[in-house]
Write a protein that binds this ligand. Structure first.
Ligand SMILES: [Zn+2]
Length: 428
């Protein structure tokens, strides 16, 4: 599944998966030779191996925080604290949401600090200052707390009014909400963290806009973001929906890749854009949420009966049950994850195919992937079980090999996406 917040369904289709140099100019008479998949460096393998451990600790920590808040009775005490201020339902849910997100934020801090600040610095992958990390963390907490305070009454009102079908109504209501979040995310949320502007390299921008025009994308949809303040890794992505849909290139990617490689990466992002991949995620999120909430509906009551005395939450409709719901959502989300990740890898593969068909520049895409591998300390051949459990993208080794060998135009075979090219032709 794309990164970003799965719970509220923000879709960000990136070039690379986890926060995971051989420039070659393809210009020339003879086709350049295939690009070999480089062996990962010692440092990359260490990043990969320790990354598995960090991933497991993150999963456990993410479940342990709400589990402790629930089972210790702290959640019930937070509800009681909110009730002391007022007994009005909406007020109590809003104050409880603020208190809960504050406690969860503090309990999550040690892991977040290690995983997203200390660790990438230790591997030379980040030049982010402490101040930027802290301000980003506070912005995230304020957003989370604000959204939770504004909306937490919705599921709890549904639980009271429709105790047997709340999971269905909530999943249905989530569709317009997810659409709204995706529309506003690039214009209201992303600028809280970084600066977005037009591309600085005007001649490269002209080439990108010419390619975008062939893919039927208006010019104003391409942005450069100053991710160099946060990371030394490279990436690009598509997000937004409808009027706000856009392609964003990290400035770190523009600094490391040759122009033809940037163009190949752009073509991949254009594939996501033109093939409506953001839109395709919405029914997938709906189905995932429906199954998850139904499972919560069936399994939370027996747990509440067992732990009710200790947690002081008697029923699912009791506000103090929230952390239990969050634990179960994460457990079922983890179990459903492989389906979402397989779907994501399929979309990424098709975006790679689109990029090759519109540019016919196999060498540029393959060498761009090689640079991504070295810049992001990626392992080109991660363990299959890990790919299955948590990879949004196919392994880079597979992507490089596909970029080398996919050339249907050489044998006159039909192209899958030629109908999306304005001139009906692919190639430069
Ligand atoms: Zn992608």
């Amino acid at each position: 599944m794309p990164r970003a917040c799965k719970v509220i369904g923000v879709v960000t289709l990136t070039l690379m998966g986890a926060m995971a140099a051989l420039a070659a100019d393809p210009a020339g008479v003879a086709a350049p030779p295939p690009v070999p998949v480089p062996e990962p460096s010692e440092l990359a393998l260490r990043w990969y191996r320790t990354g598995i451990l960090v991933w497991i600790v993150g999963l456990v920590w993410g479940i342990a925080v709400p589990a402790v808040i629930f089972a210790s009775g702290l959640s019930a005490r937070l509800v009681a604290l909110a009730r002391r201020l007022s007994n009005h339902f909406f007020f109590v849910t809003a104050v409880y949401a603020l208190l809960y997100t504050a406690v969860a934020f503090v309990l999550g801090l040690p892991f977040d600090w290690y995983a997203t600040f200390l660790r990438p610095h230790a591997y030379g992958l980040s030049g982010q200052t402490e101040g930027k990390w802290i301000s980003d963390a506070l912005v995230s907490w304020a957003l989370e707390g604000g959204v939770a305070a504004a909306l937490l009454w919705v599921p709890y009102l549904l639980l009271r009014r429709s105790p047997r079908r709340w999971w269905l109504w909530l999943s249905l209501l989530a569709i317009p909400f997810i659409c709204f979040v995706n529309v506003v995310e690039p214009v209201w949320v992303a600028p809280l963290y970084n600066h977005f502007g037009r591309m600085k390299d005007a001649s490269l921008e002209r080439r990108i806009l010419a390619l975008a025009e062939r893919a039927g994308i208006e010019g104003g949809r391409v942005f450069e973001v100053d991710k160099s303040v946060d990371t030394k890794t490279v990436n690009a992505y598509v997000n937004g929906l409808g009027a706000t849909q856009r392609i964003v290139l990290w400035d770190t990617l523009l600094a490391r890749l040759a122009p033809d490689e940037v163009l190949a990466v752009m073509a991949h992002e254009m594939g996501h854009y033109v093939l409506d991949h953001v839109l395709l995620w919405i029914p997938v999120f709906f189905l995932g949420l429906l199954v998850t909430l139904y499972a919560v509906h069936r399994t939370a009551p027996p747990i509440l009966r067992r732990l009710g005395a200790r947690s002081h939450a008697a029923a699912l409709s009791d506000l103090a049950s929230l952390p239990l719901v969050l634990v179960l959502v994460q457990v079922y989300g983890f179990l459903l994850g492989p389906l979402g990740y397989a779907f994501s890898r399929h979309l990424e593969h098709e975006a790679d195919r689109f990029a090759l068909e519109i540019t016919r520049d196999n060498h540029a895409l393959a060498s761009a992937f090689v640079k991504l591998q070295s810049s992001n300390l990626s392992n080109p051949w991660p363990a299959p079980w890990l790919v299955w459990l948590e990879s949004t993208h196919p392994p880079l080794g597979e992507r490089i090999e596909f970029a080398n060998q996919y050339r249907p135009w050489e044998s006159g075979a039909p192209l899958r996406y030629a109908r999306h090219f304005r001139d009906g032709q692919s190639g430069p």
